[in-house]
Design a protein around this ligand. Structure first.
Ligand SMILES: [Zn+2]
Length: 130
């Protein structure tokens, strides 16, 4: 039923993930009107294995009410969150969605008290699990 929407969403993420195969890329997973969509963000880090989003970009997304999760890639590691990822996710109170260019797998780090739509997270998990 949601096949087309799911394919487009996952393709958008994977396509953007592959725009840089040497450095992490990042962005925002958004949820509005029961639809998931992706908005890229600039990675301001000079280090290839870390991503830094401009706080103003994060705040703008957060205030839009559409933000569901923070997305980034791992270029030379599995999709599992690093300690740094877990710490940052907990600090900003949003889930982290990670895609590994090495394994082509996704991982969602999420906690129940985070500031995101429960329905959105359920939908995201459905899309990732199929
Ligand atoms: Zn990471």
């Amino acid at each position: 039923m949601h096949t087309h929407q799911k394919d487009k969403f996952l393709n958008d993420l994977i396509e953007y993930a592959n725009t840089d195969t040497t450095k992490e890329v990042c962005g925002f997973v958004c949820y509005k009107d029961e639809k998931l969509f992706f908005k890229p963000a600039k990675n301001r880090s000079k280090d290839n294995d870390i991503f830094i989003i401009n706080p103003a970009d994060f705040l703008e997304r957060k205030l839009s009410g559409e933000l569901l999760a923070i997305f980034h890639t791992h270029v030379n590691a599995k999709e599992n969150p690093s300690e740094y990822d877990i710490e940052n996710s907990k600090n900003c109170l949003y889930p982290f969605l990670i895609y590994s260019l090495t394994t082509k797998g996704f991982h969602l780090f999420d906690m129940p008290h985070f500031e995101r739509s429960e329905k959105g997270v359920i939908k995201l998990k459905e899309f990732l699990d199929d």
